[in-house]
Design a protein around this ligand. Sequence first.
Ligand SMILES: Nc1ncnc2c1ncn2[C@@H]1O[C@H](COP(=O)(O)OP(=O)(O)OP(=O)(O)O)[C@@H](O)[C@H]1O
Ligand SMILES: [Mg+2]
Length: 645
Amino acid sequence: MDTGRTSFERIIKEDRAAHDARTWRGSFLEYLDRVREDSSVAQLAHARIYSLITRSGTQDILDSPDPRVHRLYSDGAVKVYNFFRDEFFGIEKAIAHIVRYFHSASLKGEESRQVLYLMGPVGSGKSSLIEKLERGLEGSGSFYAIEDCPMHEEPLHLLPRHLRKEFEKMLGLHIEGDLCPVCRFRLKEQYGGRYEEVPIISALFSKRNRVGVGVVPPVDPNNQDTSVLIGSEDISKLDLYSEGDPRVLDLSGALNVGNRGVVEFIEVFKNETEYLHAMITATQEKVIPAPGRHGLVYVDTVIVAHSNEAEWQKFKADHTNEAILDRIVVVKVPYNLRLSEEVKIYEKIIRNSDFKAHVSPHTLEFVSMFAILSRLEPTPKCDLLTKLKLYNGEEVIEKGRTKKIDANELRDEAKREGMSGISTRFIMKALDNALSDNIEGNCINPISAREALISMVKEADLPDDTRKQHLEFLQDVLHKEYLEMLEKEITKAFVYSYQEQAEALFQNYLDHAEAFVNKSKVKDRNTREDLQPDEGFLKSIEEQIAIIGSAAEGFRQEVIAYLWAASRRGTRVSYTSYEPLKEAIEKKLMTSVRDISRIITKARTRDEEQTAKHNTMVQNLLDHGYCQNCVDVVLKYAANNLWKD
Ligand SMILES: Nc1ncnc2c1ncn2[C@@H]1O[C@H](COP(=O)(O)OP(=O)(O)OP(=O)(O)O)[C@@H](O)[C@H]1O
Ligand SMILES: [Mg+2]
């Protein structure tokens, strides 16, 4: 008990000491020395955020060892910003656009005087992106402000105009902005104009304490009170002071508190146009009106707004809004369309939540496939599942060949893709529902997730044809796809040392195919005998991917040529090197155990040998991430669907 108490006390004390060590208070004169040491302490808002983002560095997306990434981005590198990397997936282009905005704004280009506006469908990550910037500011250490200024303004505003040129030279920076009415008054009344003595403090960005981060929720159109934005006059003080006395000012609007940092406009176009004018002047002119008759107040803040596309279109259609439109940088934030990245989104959300259930293998993959299919536009070049795989950088095999469709071309043809479809929230709700249907099992799996999705789609408020298509994805396309994944998984669990058997088949195939192509003999590895290439064996592999008759010879040549080229490049070849052959080998293994896995899985009673095989298979699945609950579920599902009698 005692030791516990001491350690509480110790932690609190240490924390307070650390906090005190970080806080600083001094005169304006002392502040000037700090700026001379490091002029970045006086950065303007856009530059501050740009440094924040770039400080953690960047990577080239092609630095990834994943061959899928190389297939997808072969035509041009995309920069990945480490600042966003661990939390945002598959929206690298939108992020690069956002960073571009901050870069140009940090150089005081035109964009520093424009609103950054994120537009995208529900649940595409708009709010999270802005929140990430806000959290970044909160964690970025302290900034300096005039003590007790309601807008925690930049101390350099204290410098009188006529001295600024000289100070700019000495400090190596540009000084802009003027004192707010409150500080101007206090400088005169309290410090008799001796600005060098005005106390300066270090402050921390904080959304909760309303320091440097302001938020404007959509306001009731019948009550567009601008005090939310620019503060108000405190009526109780109006009697105390004469007209125009800044002591009546309550500068607590979002644009006041967001000075130095960001102001976020949620669902921005739900507001009346008049309301948006304050937002525009704040960015364009960097001033806002002070409430009452107190003139204008300088503000330095990044204005970020977001809404969905429908609101944007409505707003855009109104010609009276042209002036505003011209002052907005639009960044589209579409849904992610890469399967591997969609899975990471749900892994992240689950990690950050109280969701503690077991997630069976392929569950997130399954729901992600559904989400992405719903977002894709049809193309005459292939079906949607193929498109999904191509967008994931996979090689799709058709008639023994990799399909030659360029994912980038597909994407260029479908400009609106990713702006509609199933949202991340819909998927998370389905996972929650799947779990509440299986509280005792405390496990979700592709089968229960699919059921949850089906019933949610049936209930959702969707156009009939959309609902029909979604149900087709779930009941047909993905059902088949999942069964294929499941059969492969069970095969792997059944086949003793799957990897080695696949490699052995591969080596054997190569030996015989090479001899066949070169019209030579195969040397038996054991007896050293020269043998004729075994065409029967070659065919038994090829027929797995429907290569029969005259196609076989061409296929063998392709395999040999491909692998030759690969090994000349120094790549180690294995059964996974050439996608069509890999598929054929996996299918061959699958066929070879199909009968036995059917019998053993379906059997009500098993003899001793079967029981042993069954137990090993179950154990393998458990080792591959299944839990006792979902092993039962998927095996029953396989028995009923995969090996129907
Ligand atoms: N590409 C993505 N990468 C990582 N997380 C994502 C991505 N897209 C969505 N999310 C996650 O999905 C959830 C919903 O996103 P968020 O609330 O930011 O969406 P939004 O675009 O603001 O939606 P709305 O228009 O409904 O306000 C969040 O947990 C978010 O982190
Ligand atoms: Mg949002």
